[in-house]
Write a protein that binds this ligand. Structure first.
Ligand code: ATP
Length: 627
């Protein structure tokens, strides 16, 4: 493993550098943060640390930021996920610390923290030579090799690398190394805190002042600049490099969306009635579009003429859609050199020329699709354009963006079409457009601000300027929820041998915890239950994760690693003494009543589960309506 860190600069070129910061320094910082609850105190510690490592080399900010947030690179780059399973880690700790598997397992049952176990095991282990201290650069590169190693020898390779690092660990290093490998630092360091600390460090570096002389307002301003840049270019390497080169306050001029980097898509808020739409938009001009039921597809045309299609999560899905060719729908490729479109990919019946339900789309393979074997065709329904010939369009009105979209692309039935739209302020017309969308196999409508600043495209934001109106949920809470499967209950009767019910949770984005929201046993066919059993049994863990917030009275028979989301319907939401969703807002949690399974959400990561904040918002909207 090379000790050099490879990073991308703002021009997407790869550069290398040595990070010689002792890993012990970083771990000592983590240890200190673990004992502190004040966010301001944590920011102070983190930013001073970052300032000190910048003095050695400002590029040190890059591995530090990633290690702070427990990642190794941008989410859209494959092969950089850690989150190693506990069995592999138990085996590695046992072997490298001269303990038996059983000893480590028993200890794990007692204290539930493999990091602490590794630390204690290392402490009592006699060492003949003082090992060479680990550097951040070395650990970061090793973690990358571990995350990216695949194939039949990968297990052995991973164990070997971890062991090698463990033998060099001193003090608290082993504890945080293992926790980083599990992808859970558990020191209460939220990404927001990291961003503020990063902004502060960059400001001090740039202005050459002491951090005491920089007021909080400037820091928050800088943080907003970084956050905005990150939504458009979700890559810390590029964002930090641009900050260092052009200054943090000039970031927006240098670091904005570009082809080949999937930006974080704009999201919509749920609504439960047409009247809510009129209340929201009042005298402002809004427009409605069909809400297609497929998968989000962000289409990029690169300068070299190639096309890429990214999923909602920024995963490169181009191989999944070999039948889509940019030349078919861009009117004049000699005048369109680069492009980013926001679309929905929907299953299409070529014979009858109509949309097919989502379930049909989900039968398509996700990888290695052979064009000759495709049974289900897809059609792209385009609803936005975000960049054209390197010009960023997100700060134009939706009306202007639509005009540009229509002028540079053309419809080809069943391959590329514009989202069906209607602009009206007439309630009956809107109602019948909603009915028509459902007749045409759509889920309902997206209602969007059409003109003015509020109609700009807001990357990554769940915005009030986009409302989703789903026909099926008008009577309920306005939307389905995507919840993470945390555990299961053994089936009885007909379901014996499979799991009969599941414990689901939402994700708290501030704490990084999963909060239980309901038990679900309805909506599953026998076949689905069997598939779920097959799939989930390999993710069973002996103990609940430290990040699971639950009440002992709702403990399941088995716990799982968080890997899978269920999309579920609910009759309504109620306060519950047993479930914990949103329990940091209320004393009690919010839970789903009569939850029903709809489908798996394969296109979302577990951290994209419905958030505690969203559940609380849905609960409060529902309470307002009842008053
Ligand atoms: P969310 O994205 O809000 O977390 P979700 O992934 O469950 O929730 P939906 O609630 O179904 O998605 O609604 C938003 C999605 O609808 C978008 O991400 C997009 O994929 C899809 N969509 C379909 N038609 C449109 C349209 N006309 N405009 C915008 N999005 C659309």
């Amino acid at each position: 493993v090379s000790k050099k860190i490879k990073i991308q600069d703002e021009n997407n070129d790869t550069k290398e550098f040595y990070s010689t910061v002792p890993y012990a320094d970083l771990c000592n910082l983590f240890q200190e943060i673990e004992g502190i609850s004040s966010r301001l105190a944590i920011i102070k510690l983190c930013s001073s640390f970052l300032i000190s490592v910048m003095k050695l080399d400002p590029r040190n900010l890059i591995p530090m930021t990633y290690l702070f947030i427990n990642k190794l690179g941008p989410d859209y780059m494959p092969g950089l996920e850690l989150g190693l399973g506990e069995n592999l880690l138990i085996k590695t700790i046992a072997e490298s610390c001269g303990r038996s598997l059983q000893q480590i397992k028993t200890k794990y049952h007692e204290i539930g923290d493999l990091g602490q176990i590794a630390l204690e095991a290392r402490k009592v282990q006699p060492t003949m030579f003082k090992p060479k201290p680990l550097t951040v650069g070395e650990v970061f590169q090793n973690l990358k090799s571990i995350a990216s190693s695949q194939g039949k020898d990968s297990q052995t390779k991973k164990i070997k690398l971890i062991k090698r690092m463990l033998t060099s660990c001193q003090g608290v290093e082993a504890k945080f190394l293992i926790r980083s490998l599990e992808s859970k630092l558990r020191i209460g360091l939220a990404e927001k805190t990291v961003l503020i600390s990063l902004s502060k460090a960059l400001l001090v570096y740039e202005y050459g002042e002491s951090d005491k002389d920089i007021d909080m307002e400037t820091v928050e301003n800088a943080e907003q600049k970084i956050r905005d840049a990150f939504c458009q270019v979700p890559n810390y390497e590029v964002v930090i490099d641009s900050c260092l080169k052009h200054g943090i306050m000039n970031l927006d001029q240098h670091c904005s969306l570009r082809p080949a980097i999937p930006l974080k898509p704009m999201l919509a808020k749920p609504t439960k009635s047409i009247s809510e739409i009129f209340d929201r938009f009042q005298d402002q001009k809004f427009t409605c579009e069909y809400k297609y039921d497929g998968e989000r597809a962000q289409v990029h045309l690169l300068e070299d003429g190639t096309m890429r299609i990214y999923s909602r999560n920024g995963e490169n899905m181009t191989e999944r859609y070999p039948e889509i060719h940019i030349r078919d729908f861009v009117t004049d490729l000699s005048h369109t050199k680069s492009l980013i479109l926001d679309c929905e990919a929907v299953a299409w019946d070529k014979e009858q020329n109509k949309i097919l339900p989502f379930q049909v789309l989900s039968t398509r393979k996700r990888k290695d699709v052979d064009i000759n074997e495709i049974k289900v065709r897809v059609c792209l329904f385009a609803f936005d354009i975000l960049l054209h010939n390197d010009e960023k369009l997100i700060n134009k009105s939706l009306q202007e963006r639509r005009d540009i979209l229509h002028s540079i692309t053309k419809e080809v039935t069943g391959e590329f079409q514009f989202a069906t739209e209607m602009t009206t302020t007439n309630l009956e017309e809107l109602q019948s457009f909603l009915d028509q969308s459902v007749k045409n196999s759509c889920e309902g409508l997206m209602v969007k601000m059409l003109e003015g600043e509020e109609s700009h495209y807001e990357p990554s934001k769940r915005s009030r300027n986009w409302l989703k109106l789903k026909k099926d949920y008008l009577a309920g809470v306005g939307d389905s929820l995507d919840l993470c499967v945390l555990g299961a209950y053994f089936g009885r009767g007909k379901r014996t041998g499979n799991y009969g019910g599941f414990l689901l949770g939402c994700y708290n984005q501030d704490t990084g915890e999963f909060e239980t929201a309901c038990k679900i046993g309805t909506g599953f066919s026998d076949e689905v239950l069997q598939q779920l059993h097959e799939r989930l049994k390999s993710t069973v863990i002996d103990l609940p994760k430290a990040t699971y917030v639950f009440d002992p009275s709702a403990e399941p028979d088995v716990w799982f690693e968080p890997t899978l989301l269920f999309e579920v319907l609910t009759a309504d939401l109620s306060l519950s003494p047993v479930y914990k969703a949103g329990s940091s807002t209320y004393d009690k949690g919010v839970s789903l009543r009569f939850p029903r399974f709809l489908r798996l959400r394969e296109d979302k990561g577990v951290e994209d589960a419905t958030s505690s904040e969203q559940i609380v918002e849905m609960y409060e909207n529902q309470a307002n309506l009842q008053q």
